[in-house]
Write a protein that binds this ligand. Structure first.
Ligand code: PRP
Ligand code: URA
Length: 221
């Protein structure tokens, strides 16, 4: 939990904090950056999935019959393209039976509003819990739009997993979707400024942040 409310979980784990510091470093190359995104995502997922439902199942060990637990809910991983892609693999390794459904959004550079360009969700929801994956929660526009899409689709339980958030993004997501848990590795200070004139468009980057998470993963900056 954090001072932002009962549904905002800020990890205090030293491994996560160590790795986020390396992610922020301007000298971290794309290969290392991708490894770190993968590792931080796995560690965050461990915390974000602690309340998943389980059911009892019989199991035969080499010594005896006993009863164990297995996950009883179907999980959907929903990466927001592009930057969310880097969060998938590590989490998928932890939950190999999860389904992965991609949502493609980019932020319009002038308005910072999300523009959807990809959605291949099946007609009917097939998962009980959706984990929305995106390393950056800046204005919150992309996360809010994705949760809107998932709710219209019929998703009942949605969690957002991000690496770095700005206060503005947390407020936007909790206001629009107060029922969505938000799991984060860091909450930063602010966003780069609002537009002051048509010649000076908004940037909406998280400060101190890590720059553009998509560009830094894919070497496109
Ligand atoms: C980045 C990031 C989020 C979005 C966050 O994506 O990965 O999806 O910005 O900003 P917001 O909270 O203000 O919506 P971007 O639009 O740069 O696309 P990319 O991942 O393809 O680079
Ligand atoms: N998207 C990014 O990749 N970085 C930011 O700081 C804000 C949005």
């Amino acid at each position: 939990m954090s001072s932002y409310g009962q549904r905002v979980f800020l990890s205090q784990h030293p491994l996560i904090q160590h790795k986020v510091t390396l992610l922020r470093d301007i000298r971290t190359e794309p290969k290392k950056f991708r490894e770190l995104v993968r590792e931080v995502s796995m560690l965050l997922a461990y915390e974000a999935t602690r309340d998943l439902a389980t059911e009892q199942v019989p199991v035969t060990t080499p010594l005896a019959e006993t009863v164990g637990l297995r996950l009883s809910e179907k999980i959907g991983l929903v990466p927001i393209l592009r930057a969310g892609l880097g969060m998938v693999d590590g989490i998928w390794e932890l939950m190999p039976s999860a389904e992965v459904w991609h949502i493609g959004l980019y932020r319009d550079h002038k308005t910072l509003q999300p523009v959807q360009y990809y959605n291949k969700l099946p007609v009917n929801p097939r998962v009980q819990v959706c984990l929305v994956l995106d390393p950056m929660l800046a204005t919150g526009g992309s996360a809010v739009a994705t949760v809107d899409i998932l709710k219209r689709w019929g998703a009942r339980r949605i969690k957002f997993m991000g690496i770095i958030a700005a206060p503005e993004g947390i407020h936007a997501l909790t206001s629009a979707h107060p029922d969505v848990d938000i799991h984060l590795a860091a909450i930063d200070d602010h966003l780069t400024p609002e537009p002051t004139s048509p010649d000076n468009p908004p940037q909406g980057y998280i400060v101190p942040g890590l720059g553009d998470a998509g560009d830094r993963q894919f070497g496109t900056g």
